[in-house]
Ligand binder design. Structure first.
Ligand code: AMP
Length: 266
């Protein structure tokens, strides 16, 4: 599969070449044709699989191919909800990169910083808003954001969104969206609560799944030791006696557990 086979428009194709992307990742090869047909999608994919481009590229193409008319007022056409400010910034950078030869404008909205630059950007007019839920709701309540003419909606990292306690904010935002819209839903895991949430957002979605990318380097040797709980400290001390180990990182499940390990090592 090549980007040419995905029938991307020239401005986007050119931007991908400039990014040095030679071929689509599996999630992109599967998701892009579905989204370009304006069909809802349920994507089971982790960060690192290229999932951001899998939704950003076809969304940009749909927006570019159907520009709003000259006499129409600018309005928010797309919303991407994501759980953290870091993810929001990264997604913003992707829209900037892939959309650099289109006229699609975007802005990023997140909490913990002053809102003035964000409201200024909104008032200048943007097509795409990438936001974390809390600050977005704030700005909606203050009248800076109107979602009643939205065409595209993405819920990114839905499982993390739930873990971080954003479910009520997300539900409030979804209630404000027009019923007729394109909806895309991405989650690394699909526990029942996520499936239920997806069902409230998506209409007749196509499910796309990719296997997670391997996160360990070949140069790292891995081993598992099965020991009783009471022997774990002794095993750790025994392993650390190996003089070739210069530095080590020990993970524990809890803060309390970390304190106990420190005491033993001291
Ligand atoms: P993501 O899973 O969206 O966080 O993307 C992971 C990384 O892969 C990002 O740094 C992207 O710039 C990069 N990437 C996405 N698509 C491609 C592609 N088709 N070829 C090469 N790199 C890519």
């Amino acid at each position: 599969m090549t980007f040419q086979e995905l029938q991307l428009i020239e401005p986007i194709y050119k931007a991908l070449q400039e990014e040095g992307y030679s071929k689509p990742t599996p999630i992109q090869a599967k998701a892009i044709p579905i989204i370009l047909q304006n069909r809802d999608l349920l994507g089971c994919a982790q960060t690192g699989t290229g999932k951001t481009a899998a939704f950003a590229i076809p969304m940009l193409q749909l927006l570019h191919n159907n520009p709003i008319k000259r006499n129409e007022k600018s309005r928010i056409r797309s919303l991407i909800l994501t759980p953290t400010r870091e993810l929001a910034i990264q997604i913003g950078e992707s829209f900037a990169a892939y959309g650099r030869h289109t006229n699609v404008k975007h802005t990023v909205i997140f909490g913990g910083v002053g809102q003035k630059p964000q409201t200024d950007a909104l008032q200048r007019g943007v097509d795409v808003v990438i936001a974390t839920p809390g600050r977005l709701l704030d700005l909606i309540n203050q009248g800076f954001v109107k979602l009643n003419q939205l065409e595209q909606f993405v819920l990114d990292e839905a499982d993390r969104m739930l873990d971080m306690g954003f479910v009520h904010d997300v539900k409030k935002i979804i209630k404000l969206l027009p019923a007729k819209r394109l909806s895309l839903f991405f989650s690394a895991t699909m526990p029942p609560a996520i499936v239920t949430l997806a069902n409230t957002i998506l209409t007749n979605p196509t499910k796309v799944e990719v296997t997670p990318v391997s996160s360990t380097a070949d140069t790292i040797k891995q081993a598992v030791y099965f020991v009783n709980k009471s022997d774990k400290n002794n095993l750790l001390l025994h392993i650390l006696e190996d003089a070739t180990i210069q530095t080590a990182l020990v993970f524990t499940r809890t803060k309390h557990g970390a304190d106990k390990v420190v005491k033993v090592l001291r």
